[in-house]
Design a protein around this ligand. Structure first.
Ligand code: TXA
Ligand code: MG
Length: 324
């Protein structure tokens, strides 16, 4: 496994050649790092599922570098989808659309829809542009584990299961894209993410939670996900921490003394954008400490806080891990 500087032209060329041969490459995006393959090559895409040990019923997001791909890949663009892409692309928004047959079934897990996103990260854009084909990519973590926001995370998580990692620095948003779907004139949020529900409402009016409606929730939305190896418990205040043999992921600077052996503060001033950007990387860091449990402070569930809490709640669910 090699980590290459994604800003070097030669690295992009190397990655592109690997992708052309049906290989898999880890690359940076503004949300989290992705594990990419040529989206139109089913054999290449199958490798992603093997590397991640990801169940085949969980579809992948297709990444594009320009709007023209939309027409090639999907057959119908609702008006509200157009408005949202005009506002948020390139950026951390994924839209679920009707798929065309050109997209292999393995990408969409046999669904009639496909998730499409135009990333803003220059290395991601350059990679897609030079391949001249869309790239299918999930987050570059083993299935169920915390998502990587740095090249180093990917290297530790996937080790020799990936040949090339393009390094593009720390992901600025730090949590995944927001996924929206459309039915008649309604817009649903399938996954809360780096663009808040409020920001989406500002553009197209009221949005519904796919979860509440019981419709079109993402197949990969298992109750546990984003999970550290250590048990994780959400607390309202550091007063609830029961043992020193613990780490504490604090939202803001704590006002009282914390007994945990290790403490990480997501944002001193309680800024949600900063908290989201640090969230996965601090969780990965605390998961490596030699303590019995991670405590995490509850975060106000508005704006990006909703996306962070969605991940924290899943991370707190008991499960068994895929180990590589
Ligand atoms: O920010 C992101 O979205 C990152 C970067 C790499 O782009 N990607 C990412 O991919 O988070 P992944 O595979 O970790 O999560 C994609 C989610 C899954 O929960 C999947 O079920 C859902 O998107 N999804 C993909 N296609 C779908 C579809 N056609 N219908 C409903 N949900 C879909
Ligand atoms: Mg993921």
């Amino acid at each position: 496994m090699e980590i290459l500087n994604g800003l070097d032209f030669s690295s992009i060329l190397r990655a592109k050649q690997l992708l052309e041969k049906g290989g898999v490459v880890a690359f940076p995006t503004e949300t989290v790092y992705g594990l990419g393959a040529d989206a139109l090559n089913p054999y290449a895409v199958a490798k992603i599922f093997e590397i991640k040990r990801r169940p085949r019923f969980d579809p992948l997001i297709v990444h594009i570098d320009r709007r023209e791909w939309l027409e090639e890949l999907s057959s119908n663009l609702p008006k509200k989808a157009l408005l949202l892409t005009e506002r948020f692309w390139p950026g951390p928004l994924t839209i679920i659309l009707k798929k065309r047959p050109i997209i292999p079934d393995i990408v969409t897990a046999g669904l009639s829809t496909v998730g499409i996103r135009m990333p803003a990260h220059p290395v991601a854009q350059e990679l897609i542009r030079s391949l001249n084909r869309p790239i299918a990519a999930p987050s570059a973590n083993p299935f169920g584990y915390i998502s990587p926001t740095m090249a180093d995370h990917v290297a530790h998580m996937l080790k020799d299961r990936v040949e090339v990692i393009l390094d593009g620095g720390k992901s600025v948003f730090g949590i995944e894209s927001t996924i929206v779907s459309f039915l008649d004139d309604s817009v649903f949020i399938n996954r809360h993410g780096a663009i808040s529900a409020e920001e989406i409402s500002d553009v197209i009016g009221p949005v519904l939670d796919a979860k509440d409606k019981g419709v079109c929730e993402s197949p990969g939305s298992l109750p546990y996900h984003y999970s550290p190896h250590k048990p994780l418990k959400i607390v309202n205040s550091p007063l609830e921490i029961a043992t020193e043999d613990s780490s504490f992921l604090s939202f803001k600077r704590p006002l009282i003394r914390v007994i945990s052996r290790y403490v990480r503060i997501l944002s001193e001033q309680g800024d949600l954008r900063e908290a989201a950007a640090n969230f996965f990387s601090y969780l990965i860091e605390l998961d490596k400490k030699d303590v019995g449990i991670i405590y995490a402070e509850r975060i106000p569930e508005k704006g990006l806080g909703k996306a962070i809490m969605e991940r924290l709640k899943k991370a707190s669910k008991k499960h068994t891990h895929t180990t590589l």
